[in-house]
Write a protein that binds this ligand. Structure first.
Ligand SMILES: Nc1ncnc2c1ncn2[C@@H]1O[C@H](COP(=O)(O)OP(=O)(O)O)[C@@H](O)[C@H]1O
Ligand SMILES: N[C@@H](CCC(=O)OP(=O)(O)O)C(=O)O
Length: 256
């Protein structure tokens, strides 16, 4: 099978339980699926949210805090817990994990490091540097960060995993009749305007930031999938065009 460079973005909503706490079971399942993708010979880069959610309990917060300083402090605690959990699960697959904390201004400097890590078969795990950067936490830019990193490393495919199985014409939480898009060749203006930034209780940016990120990734030559899945085969399935979500980009043999 031809080796591809794949960026996988996992949102907070896909890493937490019903009370908003970091779920090691969910994280384990993601790592099992990432390991399967690597087993097929692909280069895999992970963009993971979840630092704020992971730090809330230790900080004594009962739910996701509202103020930026509270979120930053929770992220400072949670990022190390998150990475520890990833490193533990990766080790079970003999995968070495590396942490990169980026900001919008400095993400371009990461290219050489990411290339070296991939060359050594190490899996880069990227998050925003939440405890010192403010804009990202306010606007939910991990979606956009995943698009920018995908362009930077010339990825073939960006898979955005979330708690909903694709882009709908309207937010299914408020409009259960809304229809899903299975495939979009591009992201038209009206879709960005129509999608809502209302998200889950733990996420930031809702579907709007994902659609905007998808548009950026497409402009940078990267195909995109937005959706969900379960089990260790889910990322391989997404790669093979069998994912439960919306595929975006020009149709090729890979994915869409
Ligand atoms: N048009 C839409 N189609 C699908 N989901 C939507 C739409 N508009 C808003 N959403 C919401 O976006 C949420 C996912 O965004 P978010 O909570 O930020 O997730 P994540 O933590 O994965 O980044 C979904 O739970 C859904 O309620
Ligand atoms: N980067 C932060 C928060 C950003 C955020 O909520 O992102 P997402 O869950 O992808 O909408 C974190 O790790 O908690």
């Amino acid at each position: 099978m031809e080796k591809k460079r794949i960026v996988v973005k996992i949102g907070s909503s896909s890493l937490t339980d019903e009370r908003g706490k970091l779920s090691i079971e969910k994280l384990r399942e993601h790592v099992d699926a990432l390991a399967r993708l690597k087993q097929d010979g692909h280069e895999v880069i992970l963009i993971s949210s979840g630092a704020v959610a992971a730090g809330c309990t230790s900080m004594g917060y009962l739910s996701r805090p509202d103020t930026v300083v509270d979120k930053q402090s929770a992220a400072a605690v949670g990022q190390s817990l998150l990475l520890q959990a990833y490193a533990d699960e990766c080790r079970k697959h003999s995968i070495v994990a590396a942490q990169l904390l980026l900001t919008k201004d400095l993400y371009k400097n990461a290219n050489d490091t990411i290339s070296k890590l991939l060359e050594r078969n190490v899996m880069p795990i990227i998050n925003e540097n939440d405890s010192v950067s403010v804009k990202e936490l306010t606007f939910g830019d991990n979606d956009m960060l995943s698009a920018l990193v995908s362009g930077l490393v010339h990825a073939d495919f960006l898979m955005i995993l979330t708690d909903i199985n694709g882009i709908y014409r309207d937010n299914p939480r408020t409009n259960p009749q809304a229809q899903k898009y299975l495939y979009l060749r591009e992201i038209p203006d009206h879709l960005v305007e129509a999608t809502s930034s209302a998200g889950s209780d733990v996420g930031t940016g809702g579907m709007k930031s994902k659609v905007e990120a998808a548009r950026t990734a497409l402009a940078l030559g990267v195909q995109v999938f937005i959706g969900s899945g379960t089990g260790s085969e889910k990322l391989v399935d997404i790669f093979q065009g069998k994912g439960d979500g919306t595929y975006i980009g020009v149709k090729t043999k890979m994915g869409v």
